[in-house]
Design a protein around this ligand. Structure first.
Ligand SMILES: [Zn+2]
Length: 382
């Protein structure tokens, strides 16, 4: 591998500053999308905007770019980062201090996730201008990630033509790989009792709120269940008026675990505990389960994981692999059958106006993308 070929740090910084200077609230990324289409066109990456936006009321769809491989048979790669940033995000002015980028304190910086977008663009430009060997590459910049991963949720999965996916959207220094993330479900339990006048004849009612309280009290644990499993009672809604014994009470429990069998067992046990507690006092329970996000569960020796680890190692980054309790676009891409891991880009203090990004991390994120491409091509060259 010719290591003298590397990314252009000045250009990368300028690209990042240009990208975060464009307003891009969730599902209103039109201006950012137009800028990215222009940049991909200049690179000769055949940009396309898909129709995901139409399904979530967005002003644009996901922006795709394609680079046809020049190494037959090389692993086909997919790089993904989201275009939107959390509010306040419009009117970002970037300040630099001691090699770290900040906003002026009135907006978020937008390193979540323009660090990923900029790193991918710089790596692509480096590959193209140096005519480096590479397999087929797809890049995809998605919409509405922060408000519900709408871009990937409504993506036409037949557009994905890749073997390994990399979602550039996580804090930590480049070299950190997240190869496991939970499947997340919402368990909605509607406890039904019987209404009655609260003052005249409360004994004729069955208080659904009190039944729910009994059932919640019967749960053996909540919060963190074990290292990879969580259960959190996050919403409650019950009662109609202060003079009516409530007939119904609804709660929503967020449950997460990368092991589907374990998650299913936890869900069933929770429902059973609820049923037993509620039925013992004359009530009933209605159950509805909604999948929030599929899980990421790739072994450390999975080709997708190994490729990222080897590329990081060869670039001299400390490699770590592990679990994150959060869900990202990687979860949905895995759910669509593309093995995808989440990679760290250095974004820090995200979702706050103190958000920052060390230039060294941004540079290393781009070097990492470049390394993954070269490693994937090199495997077949040797
Ligand atoms: Zn993000």
């Amino acid at each position: 591998m010719n290591t003298s070929i590397t990314i252009n740090e000045e250009r990368l910084k300028n690209t990042f500053i240009e990208l975060v200077g464009v307003p891009c609230p969730s599902c209103d990324e039109k201006q950012e999308a137009e800028l990215l289409v222009k940049k991909l066109k200049e690179l000769g990456m055949e940009p396309q905007v898909d129709r995901a936006g139409e399904q979530c009321g967005g002003t644009t769809g996901n922006v795709w770019g394609f680079l046809k491989g020049n190494v037959p048979g090389a692993l086909r790669l997919f790089f993904e980062a989201h275009m939107d940033s959390v509010a306040p995000t419009t009117g970002t002015h970037v300040m630099e201090k001691d090699g770290v980028l900040y906003s002026d304190g009135t907006t978020t910086l937008g390193g979540d996730d323009k660090s990923g977008v900029a790193a991918v663009l710089e790596a692509m430009q480096c590959i193209i201008e140096n005519d480096l060997p590479h397999g087929d590459i797809q890049v995809c910049f998605t919409i509405g990630e922060e408000t519900g991963s709408y871009g990937v949720r409504y993506m036409d999965k037949t557009m994905i033509q890749a073997d390994a996916g990399y979602c550039m959207d996580c804090g930590g220094h480049p070299g950190a790989i997240f190869n496991a993330s939970p499947k997340a479900i919402n368990l909605k339990l509607t406890v039904k009792g019987k209404s009655a006048h609260a003052g005249l004849e409360p004994e004729k009612g069955i208080n659904a709120i009190m039944l729910t309280a009994d059932a919640l009290h019967a749960l053996p644990a909540y919060g963190r269940i074990d290292a990879e499993t969580t259960l959190s009672v996050d919403m409650i809604d019950g009662g109609l008026a202060s003079n009516i014994v409530p007939e119904a009470c609804e709660i929503v429990i967020d449950m997460r675990c990368p092991d589907e069998t374990k998650l299913e067992r936890l869900k069933n046990e929770t429902v059973e505990i609820f049923r037993n507690a509620v039925e013992a006092k004359g009530g009933t329970v209605e159950v509805a389960v909604k999948e929030v996000a599929p899980g990421v569960n790739l072994d450390t020796d999975h080709a997708t994981v190994k490729l990222a680890a080897t590329a990081a190692e060869k670039s001299g980054f400390p490699v770590s692999m592990g679990f994150t309790g959060g869900c990202s676009d990687a979860n949905f891409l895995c759910g669509m059958g593309l093995p995808t891991v989440l990679l760290a880009t250095g974004m820090d203090k995200i979702h706050t106006t103190e958000e920052c990004l060390a230039l060294e991390d941004l540079n290393n994120a781009a070097r990492w993308v470049l390394g993954i491409v070269r490693e994937a091509a090199g495997e077949r060259l040797s």
